[in-house]
Design a protein around this ligand. Structure first.
Ligand SMILES: [Zn+2]
Length: 335
């Protein structure tokens, strides 16, 4: 990306092993993330030109001399933070805050080849080479599924719970799937877009709320006997969405916030009186990857349905445009 709205495809030097713990993978698929739209829309500044992309699946080409578990020829998935998976923070399940973490976005996964630092800690291999129709779902696990899953976990979605999800992007839709998998009794998807409502229902939503802001809060309360939901996933990152999430949660309930916050300020006094739990941040996707890969491999979940547009990598600019204009939920790129 050369600046807001300016995405180009160009030849760069092939990535090579830099650290002995690196792997080089040849990407089978990559994609455009909702968070890539922040710089695209000029809301977040990068150092231009910036390599883009942090979601990836592919086949290992080469590994450094200290890599022991990942082997050339394996099909692998990793998260948007490379992590050692051995430090105290990783072992507690917060690999996205690993003390040795490396942001994959800076390396640029919207590409043919990618260097993955800390390969043993970061990458999870599938049992075998996947069938082609599993690739989109495995790619979804790299970020949007893992992030939606963390949102549902942070919101403590589970049996007997009513879960509301604010945000109908790929992460919000997959938070619906996660809540369903975790046994939630009732799932309220907040969306005003018909195709997204349909997918939300396929993924397990029992109710759809079209209203936003205070009207959206009132609608969730109406569906929950005036109490609010037990669990609310916030998957947008705006002030309106965050406050809607907090206000839709009943006292004692949990908000899992996974939308990257831009200009969000939570009033302390309102938070004090709300009696809700807040937990969120950049999802520790690596914690969930083994479980998610298994669910996908056994065809128990189909998160790849969030990709409603597939383009060759050299048309990536059209992919950004389609997501920016909300013509596509999520764009899959084939290098
Ligand atoms: Zn770590």
């Amino acid at each position: 990306m050369y600046g807001p709205g300016d995405v180009r495809v160009e030849e760069r030097d092939e990535p090579r092993i830099v650290e002995a713990t690196d792997a080089i993978i040849r990407l089978s698929a990559s994609c455009v993330c909702g968070s890539d739209l922040w710089p695209y829309r000029g809301i977040e500044d990068l150092e231009w030109p910036a390599p883009m992309g942090h979601e990836y699946v592919g086949i290992v080409e080469e590994v450094g001399s200290e890599v022991t578990t990942i082997k050339p020829g394996q099909f692998v998935i990793g998260s948007f933070w490379a992590s050692d998976n051995t430090c105290e923070i990783c072992r507690a399940g917060y690999q996205s805050a690993c003390i040795n973490r490396v942001p994959m976005g800076a390396l640029g996964a919207q590409a043919e080849l990618l260097r993955v630092p800390l390969a043993d800690g970061t990458l999870v291999a599938t049992p075998d080479l996947p069938a082609d129709d599993l690739v989109p779902s495995l790619l979804a696990a790299s970020d949007v599924l893992g992030t939606g899953w963390f949102g549902a976990v942070a919101a403590e979605a589970g049996p007997g719970k009513t879960v509301a999800v604010a945000g109908d992007g790929a992460v919000g839709l997959l938070a619906v799937l996660a809540a369903k998998q975790r046994g939630a009794e009732r799932i309220i998807a907040m969306s005003r877009h018909e195709p997204r409502q349909k997918l939300a229902r396929e993924y397990g939503a029992t109710d759809i709320v079209e209203a936003r802001g205070d009207d959206g809060v009132a609608a969730v309360k109406e569906l929950t006997g005036g109490l609010g939901a037990h669990s609310v996933v916030e998957a947008v990152g705006t002030q309106e969405s965050m406050m809607q999430a907090i206000r839709s949660t009943r006292p004692g309930g949990h908000v899992g916030f996974v939308g990257v916050g831009h200009g969000v300020e939570v009033p302390g006094m309102e938070l004090f009186w709300s009696l809700v739990h807040l937990h969120g941040g950049p999802a520790p996707v690596r914690r969930f990857l083994p479980e998610l890969v298994e669910l996908i491999w056994n065809r128990q979940i189909d998160p790849g349905k969030v990709f409603d547009l597939e383009l060759p990598l050299d048309q990536v600019a059209a992919g950004y445009r389609a997501m920016d204009e909300r013509e596509a939920i999520k764009v899959l790129l084939r290098p």
